[in-house]
Each structure stands twice: as structure tokens, then as C-alpha cells.
Design a protein around this ligand. Structure first.
Ligand code: HEM
Ligand SMILES: *[C@@H]1O[C@H](CO)[C@@H](O)[C@H](O)[C@H]1NC(C)=O
Length: 332
């Protein structure tokens, strides 16, 4: 009974949302062509250094972009520090002690400012940097539409409300993506970003002492993987911040290995494994199988879905927004 009702709600929600976005000013590829023609090269060069120093940095930037776009649209709100007059998003439940890479953004912004002061928004720099991050660890290329403005506000409430969590159910996660104008296909493709980066014990404890054994293939490799996870992440308290790669096969490579892990029932996060194992996820399961078997289809969809993610904007930041001088603070 509850299930069809949820679907009806999800569908009407998505129609409502696509209208909200219809009037947004379009982004373009050549927005900075005359004002800062080298911006793409500057960001790329800095990201090359960052990822060469530590491939994890690619994951940090991609996640930052995701957390930016799901709260007030992609407007750099995630980058704002708390001040006496502004409450930022960094303390949101899914981000505190977890979201990183702000120093990377500072370094890229400094490079861009020294060549084109006051021209390129932090939101655009983050969007471009996320694309370059993906390429640098072996993922697909896509053109990045630009022209975003930086917000003068942030929203801790929206960050807490909009961002999905590891222990959240599949339908709830899907509804959060539909609310942003994204689709079920976008959920599955964008989750493929977990082919890079790490998660903390606090976010996978319930999973490894919960249904991991039930979903996973019972190979010796899988047993070893689980016992390693359990020894780094004890069932009782402790070790909350210990980290493990979400793709333990090729942790620093952007490939479709994440989907193979889900086929084996070894997804690290509950939210990852549900895409394949949930009884409610008929469509998501088919997509997981498709991307596991067709890496090119995954790359194409990921690139397309990342542009859609980057297209989430809000009228307010276009009208009232600015180009921040320092990504951490609203201009004075
Ligand atoms: C579908 C719902 C999603 C959920 C529930 C989710 C949840 C999480 C969680 C719990 C972590 C680990 C954080 C920690 O333990 O500190 C994480 C990491 C990460 N997420 Fe997601 N995520 C989702 C979607 C996405 C999307 C759409 C992207 C980007 C397109 C993304 C990119 C990343 C990356 C790259 C990391 C690794 C960051 C690092 O290495 O520090 N995630 N995610
Ligand atoms: C993203 O926005 C641009 C500019 O508004 C538009 O041309 C493009 O079709 C959009 N792409 C997607 C995948 O939504």
C-alpha cells in the first residue's frame, strides 16, 4: 500500500521541481571567454598538482561539488565558514568531521584571482575542479557550463535536510534527488563517484555488523575483506573516524569497479548496496548491472549526470549573488 503511494508522490514531486528550474538563467561554455580565457587551464594545472600529491584529493573535490549543489543550488554556499553573522553548512550532520578539500579550493581560487581578479565565482571554480578531478583519476571528460554566482548566504537547515546519509533508505534518497530535478538514473550513475574516495567507520559500522554477510558473496576474499573492516571498525564505540576505501579493488581509479562490488554484495555503505539489493530498487538494480557490464555507458551517463548536477541553480544567487574574493567569506 505505502509503496505505490510513495511512487505517486515522487512523480508529482519531480514535475513540480522541473518547473522551479525552468526560469533559471542558462549557463554557457564561453561565459569567461573574454574576461578570463585561461580559467580552465589554471584550474586544471592546480588540480594536476593536487591529485599528483594525493589521489584522494580528487574525491574530496568531487564530493564538495555534490554537497554544494544539493543546498541552494551550486552557489559556493558549502565553502562559507561560520562567522558571527553567518551560519555555514560545514557542521551539517553529513559533513561535519567528514567534508574536506576546502584548502584545495583556497589554492585554486588564489591562482585564479591572481590572473583574473574578481571575475570567476567559487561555484564555477568548484564545478570545473570536480570535472578535472574525475579526468585525473581516469574518468570521463565533459564540457562544463559556467556563469554561476556565489551566494551571500548558506543554509545549515537545508544541508541537514537535503543531503543523503549512508543509513538512509533507497526511496528517501531517490526522493532527495528528484527534489533537485535529478532522476533515478542520475542517482545510480552519480553514486558511481564512490568508485573513488573513503568513508569513515561511523558511516559503515551498521552495515558491516548488519546485512553485509547476508548480501555478500561468500568467497574467501570477501570474508577477508569483511574481517579487515571489522577489525578497523569495532562494533562497540571507538574508531569512528577510521577510513576505508569505498572501492577496495581500485580505490584511486575512476572506473566501474564500484558496480562490480555491488554485484558481489560488498558495497561498503548501506546506501550503496541498496541500489542493487533493495527489494524496492528494481530500476536501480538494472542500472547497476548495466554499468557493471558496460563501462562506456557508465562514463557517458556519469558525464551527463554531472552536468545536470552542476545545472542546479537558484534564481536568488543569480540576482543577489556575487563573485567572492575569498571562497570562505562573503565580500565585505
Ligand atoms: C546517493 C546518495 C549518497 C550518499 C548516501 C552518500 C554518502 C556518502 C558517505 C556517507 C560518504 C563517506 C563520508 C565519511 O564517512 O566521511 C561519502 C563519500 C563520498 N561521496 Fe557520497 N553519497 C551519495 C552520493 C554522492 C554523489 C552524488 C557524489 C558525487 C557525484 C558523491 C561523492 C562522494 C565522494 C567522492 C566521496 C569520498 C570523499 C572522501 O574521500 O573523503 N557521493 N558519500
Ligand atoms: C545544462 O545547462 C545548459 C545551459 O543552461 C544546457 O544547455 C544543458 O542542456 C543542460 N544540461 C543538462 C544535462 O541538463
Amino acid at each position: 500500500m505505502a509503496f505505490p503511494l510513495t511512487i505517486v508522490l515522487l512523480i508529482s514531486l519531480s514535475i513540480f521541481i522541473s518547473c522551479l528550474h525552468a526560469s533559471d538563467p542558462p549557463l554557457t561554455l564561453d561565459y569567461y571567454a573574454s574576461t578570463c580565457p585561461n580559467v580552465f587551464d589554471i584550474v586544471k594545472k592546480e588540480m594536476e598538482c593536487e591529485v599528483l600529491e594525493d589521489p584522494r584529493n580528487a574525491a574530496l573535490v568531487v564530493r564538495l561539488h555534490f554537497h554544494d549543489c544539493f543546498v541552494q543550488g551550486c552557489d559556493g554556499s558549502v565553502l562559507l565558514d561560520d562567522t558571527v553573522t553567518l551560519r555555514g553548512e560545514k557542521k551539517a550532520s553529513t559533513s561535519v568531521n567528514s567534508l574536506k578539500g576546502f584548502d584545495i579550493m583556497d589554492r585554486i581560487k588564489n591562482k585564479v584571482e591572481s590572473e583574473c581578479p574578481g571575475i570567476v565565482s567559487c561555484a564555477d571554480i568548484l564545478t570545473i575542479a570536480a570535472r578535472d578531478a574525475v579526468i585525473l583519476v581516469g574518468g570521463p571528460y565533459w564540457d562544463v557550463p559556467v556563469g554561476r554566482k556565489d551566494s551571500k548566504t548558506a543554509s545549515l537547515e537545508l544541508a541537514n535536510a537535503n543531503l543523503p546519509a549512508a543509513e538512509e533508505g533507497l526511496l528517501s534518497i531517490i526522493s532527495k534527488f528528484l527534489y533537485q530535478g535529478l532522476s533515478v538514473t542520475d542517482v545510480v550513475a552519480l553514486s558511481g563517484a564512490h568508485t573513488i574516495g573513503m568513508a569513515r567507520c561511523a558511516n559503515f559500522r551498521a552495515r558491516i555488523y548488519g546485512d553485509f554477510e547476508a548480501t555478500s558473496v561468500k568467497t574467501p576474499e570477501s570474508e577477508t575483506y569483511l574481517s579487515n573492516l571489522r577489525s578497523m571498525c569495532p562494533a562497540a564505540l571507538g574508531g569512528d573516524n577510521k577510513e576505508s576505501a569505498m572501492d577496495y579493488v581500485t580505490p584511486n581509479l575512476f572506473d566501474n569497479s564500484y558496480y562490480h562490488i555491488l554485484l558481489n554484495g560488498e558495497g561498503l555503505l548501506n546506501s550503496d548496496q541498496e541500489l542493487y539489493s533493495s527489494a524496492l530498487g528494481i530500476q536501480t538494480k538494472e542500472l547497476v548491472i548495466k554499468y557493471a557490464h558496460d563501462p562506456l555507458a557508465f562514463f557517458e551517463q556519469f558525464a551527463y549526470s554531472m552536468v545536470k548536477l552542476g545545472n542546479i541553480t537558484n534564481l536568488d544567487s543569480f540576482v543577489n549573488g556575487e563573485v567572492r574574493q575569498n571562497c570562505r567569506f562573503v565580500n565585505t
